[in-house]
Write a protein that binds this ligand. Structure first.
Ligand code: PLP
Length: 226
């Protein structure tokens, strides 16, 4: 496992996906997902230039933050229980999993300043996945204007586990179209220019379809949990 090499490979693949779709590398933020790996590997990723790190559990976030600290920017990418908001809110720059008003209310209450959130959408409709159904998204985001500390940065989704490129592409495209609908509302609390989509297996397709934030774990830092 050579994380520096992985970073180079992934950056190169992102560059190529950008070229194919007429985009700039600077439009894409890489979030290194460290949930499967040790503090040491997360630190190595930071040393190799990955500034944004993603964790999906409070415990993992705290453990790594205590060691690496604010020199990385921390993203919460997993489903978040409302009672744990107070424990993560001062550490993170972005939450990628906003999917209910009760959570919005708690984030608003605990945040000391505005916080960027992605609204999670279950585009593929799989029961195992969290997130709003696409037809709930507009009314949900409209109601978020009640919570001043929440800025809707964009939409997030997880694609189905599939090797079917067209199916993946259709999922990402649907999220992009939904994002454009929200953008057109010109809501002050919801600029919604971002798309958090694409993981190790599908980030190239996600970028071709407009991803601004890719969340990459195994392909960058490997896995130590299996
Ligand atoms: C684990 C996880 C990822 C990264 O998964 P890889 O397939 O290892 O890249 C991305 N996003 C979310 C929400 C995750 O839970």
């Amino acid at each position: 496992m050579n994380i520096k090499e992985n970073v180079e490979t992934v950056t190169d693949e992102i560059q190529k996906a950008c070229e194919r779709s007429g985009r700039e590398l600077s439009e894409v933020t890489v979030i290194g997902v460290t949930k499967y790996v040790s503090i040491e590997r997360a630190q190595e990723a930071v040393n190799a230039g990955i500034i944004h790190l993603g964790e999906n559990r409070l415990e993992g976030l705290q453990e790594k933050y205590n060691s690496i600290g604010p020199k990385a920017k921390w993203h919460f990418i997993g489903s978040l229980q409302s009672r744990k908001v107070k424990n993560v809110i001062d550490t993170i720059t972005m939450i990628h999993s906003l999917d209910r008003l009760s959570l919005a209310k708690e984030i608003h209450k605990r945040a000391k300043q505005k916080i960027s959130c992605f609204v999670q959408v279950n585009v593929s409709g799989e029961e195992s996945k969290h997130g709003l159904s696409p037809d709930e998204v507009l009314s949900f985001i409209e109601r978020l204007s009640d919570y001043d500390n929440i800025v809707v940065e964009g939409l997030m989704t997880m694609a189905p586990h599939s090797k079917d490129e067209e199916r993946l592409r259709a999922t990402f495209r649907e999220l992009r179209e939904l994002k454009e609908e929200v953008e057109q509302k010109n809501w002050a609390h919801a600029p919604c220019h971002g798309l958090s989509m694409g993981m190790s297996n599908d980030f190239q397709i996600a970028i071709e379809e407009g991803a601004t934030h890719v969340r990459i774990g195994s392909k960058l830092v490997g896995r130590e949990d299996q």
